[in-house]
Design a protein around this ligand. Structure first.
Ligand code: SAM
Length: 385
């Protein structure tokens, strides 16, 4: 069993995993790690052989997709307890020794950008504002050539304090998660009384020029469906870009069910009861959100229908967890360890090769609708959303 830090009674790695079908399996996190860290580096002889996507070039998978968008989780810790993400009592946080240092994060991001064709870097968590070295990590990423687009996803708590420094470090954009404007429901949803901090954080981000400020919202049945229209009107009033995200089976409690989630269609029905929505004809590319012009535009609202209108065919993402594991999909059940070889002295080229190999096996789709679907052992907070 994985080691645990003190002060917490929950661990995601060794939890039982109920599925939609009610089957259960036990997948200890150290099993995943043992399997994937056993993947050998390619024979140096082979590096001379031109193998597409290996030993040179970018992060290409067997289905021809190229990953250019890197999500980096800077911590698995969070100061909120959103019910669809983390249990109220928290989780067994990663031991400090397992978390990449600031220099290690900066090195892997540099390898991604310089050797693997990464063009966008998004820092996330857990809550990335809890990472003491965040500003320096952002500055290291924005100092790279070719210069990637660098953004951050945060719950906004503490943003007033750090937004100007993030802007000065070159951060391009920010996404703030906000699921309700009602203080009581905010407390119920997050188990914390921090709504005013989040609202102040949004203002601070806009004032610091971290625009367009995007707001991410998840709707949950019986909790905050009624917030759909007020959230839209709040964002229209303040010039924030709102995107609703369908709830995904990535909660630590494994309470998600397809039957109970609020799907994109229902979100759109609620919005169209109060506003006219017309499809935004701008090219979507690999963007996860489908967008609609609100009342003729130019303001838009987006819906990320990860479950009901999956966009895996256009996925250009690769993920790095706070403990240095590459995940080729949010829902991947296998990971590839970069931290251990890095700490054992692997060169940049060797780490890049491992990342390429990890990408090859990316599945064609997340398979949520497949009867054999199993939720990954890590919850969203430990993957990096
Ligand atoms: N703490 C930061 C935040 O709140 O934005 C960054 C991490 S959080 C995991 C990133 C995003 O994932 C948030 O917008 C959150 O609402 C979303 N999220 C978390 N669990 C989710 C789930 N089960 N389904 C859909 N979105 C989820």
């Amino acid at each position: 069993m994985r080691s645990r830090s003190s002060g917490s009674s929950r661990s995601y790695g060794d939890s039982l995993q109920p599925t939609e079908q009610g089957r259960r399996s036990v997948v200890p996190a150290n099993y995943i790690r043992a399997v994937t860290s056993a993947v050998p580096l390619p024979d140096p002889q082979l590096r001379a052989v031109p193998v597409a996507g290996l030993a040179s070039g970018g992060l290409v998978d067997r289905h021809g997709r190229v990953a250019t968008d890197l999500r980096v989780s800077l911590t698995d810790r969070c100061n909120l307890r959103c019910t669809y993400c983390m249990p109220e009592e928290g989780l067994a946080w990663l031991p400090k020794v397992e978390v990449l240092t600031d220099d290690e994060v900066a090195r892997l991001v540099r390898i991604g950008v310089e050797q693997l064709g990464i063009r966008e870097v998004r820092f996330t968590g857990g809550e990335p504002l809890l990472r003491p070295g965040l500003v320096g990590i952002v500055a290291a990423a924005t100092g790279l050539a070719p210069r990637p687009e660098v953004s951050l996803t945060t719950n906004g708590v503490g943003l007033t304090r750090v937004a100007p420094a993030l802007a000065a470090a070159g951060l391009d954009r920010i996404n703030v998660s906000l699921d309700t404007l009602d203080p009581g429901r905010f407390q119920q949803l997050t188990h914390r009384n921090r709504l005013d901090d989040v609202l102040a954080g949004l203002r601070a981000a806009a004032d610091a020029g971290l625009t367009p400020v995007k707001v991410n919202a998840v709707l949950m049945r019986g909790l905050n469906e009624a917030d759909a229209v007020p959230l839209l009107e709040f964002c229209l009033e303040h010039g924030y870009q709102l995107r609703f995200i369908e709830q995904m089976p990535l909660d630590a409690n494994h309470a998600w069910t397809r039957q109970n989630m609020i799907i994109a269609e229902e979100i759109l029905e609620r919005l169209t009861a109060a506003h006219t929505l017309t499809p935004d004809t701008e090219e979507r590319g690999s963007a996860p959100a489908e967008r609609w012009l609100v009342d003729g535009g130019p303001a838009t609202v987006g819906v990320i229908a990860s479950v009901t209108r999956a966009f895996c065919g256009a996925c250009d993402r690769t993920r790095l967890t706070a403990d240095g594991q590459v995940r080729n999909c949010l829902f991947a059940r296998e990971e590839s360890d970069l931290r251990t070889p890095m700490r054992e002295g692997a060169t940049d080229e060797e780490l890049a090769d491992r990342w390429r190999i990890a990408t090859l096996s990316k599945l064609p789709g997340h398979g949520i609708d497949d009867p054999s679907f199993l939720q990954p052992a890590r919850p969203m907070s430990a993957i990096g959303g």
